[in-house]
Design a protein around this ligand. Structure first.
Ligand code: GDP
Ligand code: GDP
Length: 456
């Protein structure tokens, strides 16, 4: 029996290449309840509609699984067409990847379709049970669709978190409070009474626990050379220069090859959780083994999550040619973390308790930048100058126009520019504007969101 559902019910489309687990997720969300959608113009049979109750809301789930097997044309073109149709119907898109396979070319092609649609999208990394999905989960960040939500559709893991995210994407109050407060629900104004939330993340042995101990001024946490001693994220409050700080120390990301049985639980998700919880993230790197792949991945995660970033280069006491090392580090950061030009690099020795004042100063400063609000008149004055210096390109013989810009929110600084043909504005031009905005208003070390809206 199919349930009757109104076309007004929020619609959620599940898209992705074959075999990533769309049907399994569909069944998990709907409990196999299919929907009969009333007054649906152009209703086709090439789609499965289901019903799910998310809290007190009834939603419609559109599954695109199995579509690739029927019909004419190449599989790719059919998939694209069907997915596009489902996406058009959707209020929220669940874009599913298989974390065990990692990101494939087909995923990238899908990501493009999804991105172009401009629909609110949640990237879902399925098959994340156990450890086999960890690398694929991280690769998910490369799709530029924000942090993936790790789930196992088959084992029912992470579903409550996912439902939570869907609810907030739909603007509905979530009933599953698992992740509330970590994302999107922050008060906009910096509240001086509330502790500033700082996460200290980085590879095992970078010196995170040592730093936390040094900042706390007491030997509160166990530190030691073996990875895996600090097993969970620990939070501690401390007052520095009259300002209250809540520190989150993560166990760190573990190299796949080095994972032992005990450390297995110290998953990437601890780090991502800490990042989401934080306002400022201190990425700690070991001066003796600077910027390995994981360091950059974490840096990337921080900016994708929209957090403020400070880089602490630890064990500076061990570096002999400090000047050369500093130069090399700066170059790597500029090149590899180009999303956050000007990010603060602070050389410290957590063990010798050197450089800690500089570090806390950098944390406060970056936090202030993250909270910055720029007035609309100033922004538009800047916009006119930036356009005059370097005009937007023409597309199909007509110049693309950008008329107006405003900053709807901070934390991180987020701007909306109204553009005659937003889809046609090259990314390089958007990058030019973002960089110009960053230097004109002095916004180093924080991600900047510059969104385009259609508007003459
Ligand atoms: P679809 O083609 O995207 O709809 O994928 P299916 O839902 O048919 O799933 C494809 C395969 O992946 C099936 O063999 C499922 O049993 C398997 N699968 C789905 N979800 C999970 C999961 O969470 N973990 C694992 N290990 N396998 C899964
Ligand atoms: P975590 O895994 O990131 O928490 O790292 P720990 O805080 O446990 O530190 C790992 C090792 O590096 C320990 O042996 C520390 O004593 C050492 N260590 C930490 N900070 C420094 C430092 O600034 N200089 C030196 N030379 N060693 C340090």
């Amino acid at each position: 029996m199919a349930d009757q559902i109104s076309t007004n019910a929020p619609a959620i489309a599940i898209v992705g290449r074959p075999n990533v687990g769309k049907s399994t997720l569909f069944n998990r969300l709907t409990g196999r309840r299919t929907a009969l959608v009333s007054d649906m113009p152009g209703l086709t049979r090439d789609r499965r509609d289901g019903v799910a109750d998310f809290g007190s809301h009834t939603v419609r789930i559109i599954d695109t699984a199995g579509l690739e097997e029927a019909g004419a044309g190449s599989i790719e073109s059919r998939m694209r067409e069907q997915s596009q149709r489902a996406i058009e119907l959707a209020d929220v898109v669940l874009f599913v990847i298989d974390a065990r396979d990692g990101v494939t070319e087909a995923d990238k092609a899908f990501a493009q379709i999804v991105r172009r649609s401009g629909r609110p999208t949640i990237l879902v990394a399925n098959k994340c049970e156990g450890r086999a999905g960890q690398d694929g989960f991280f690769e998910g960040f490369e799709l530029g669709l924000g942090a993936p939500v790790p789930i196992s559709a088959e084992h029912g893991e992470g579903i409550a978190d996912l439902v939570d995210d869907v609810m907030s994407a739909l603007g509905l109050e979530a009933n599953f409070k698992t992740r509330k407060g970590e994302r999107g629900s922050e008060p906009e104004v910096a509240d001086l009474e509330r502790p500033l939330r700082v996460a200290i993340v980085g590879r095992p042995n970078a010196g995170k626990s040592t730093l936390v101990n040094a900042l706390l001024g007491e030997d509160r946490m166990i530190t030691g050379p073996e990875p895996g001693l600090t097993r969970d994220t620990i939070s501690s409050d401390v007052t520095i220069n009259g300002r209250s700080i809540r520190l989150f120390d993560t166990a760190g990301l573990r190299r796949k090859a080095k994972i032992n049985e005990l450390a297995e639980k110290l998953s990437a998700s601890d780090t991502i959780r800490a990042i989401r919880f934080a306002e400022v993230v201190v990425l700690m790197i070991d001066a003796e083994r600077p910027f390995e792949h994981q360091d950059l991945t974490i840096g990337d995660m921080v900016t994708q999550e929209g957090r403020a970033l400070v880089i602490a280069v630890n064990k500076w006491d061990l570096v002999t040619d400090k000047q050369a090392q500093l130069k090399a580090l700066r170059e790597t950061v500029n090149e590899r973390l180009s999303q956050v030009p000007g990010v603060k690099l602070v050389m410290i020795s957590a063990l010798a308790e050197r450089g800690l004042d500089k570090l806390t100063h950098a944390i406060f400063e970056t936090y202030a930048t993250w909270n910055r609000r720029i007035g609309t008149p100033d922004l538009n004055r800047w916009l006119q100058e930036a356009l005059a210096r370097h005009a937007p390109p023409a597309a199909a013989g007509r110049r693309i126009k950008i008329r107006f810009i405003t900053q709807p929110s901070a934390r991180p600084p987020t701007f909306i520019a109204f553009c005659s043909r937003p889809d046609e504005l090259p990314r390089s031009y958007l990058r030019y504007l973002t960089n110009s905005l960053r230097s004109a208003f002095d916004l180093p070390g924080v991600p900047i969101r510059l969104n385009l809206r259609k508007g003459e």
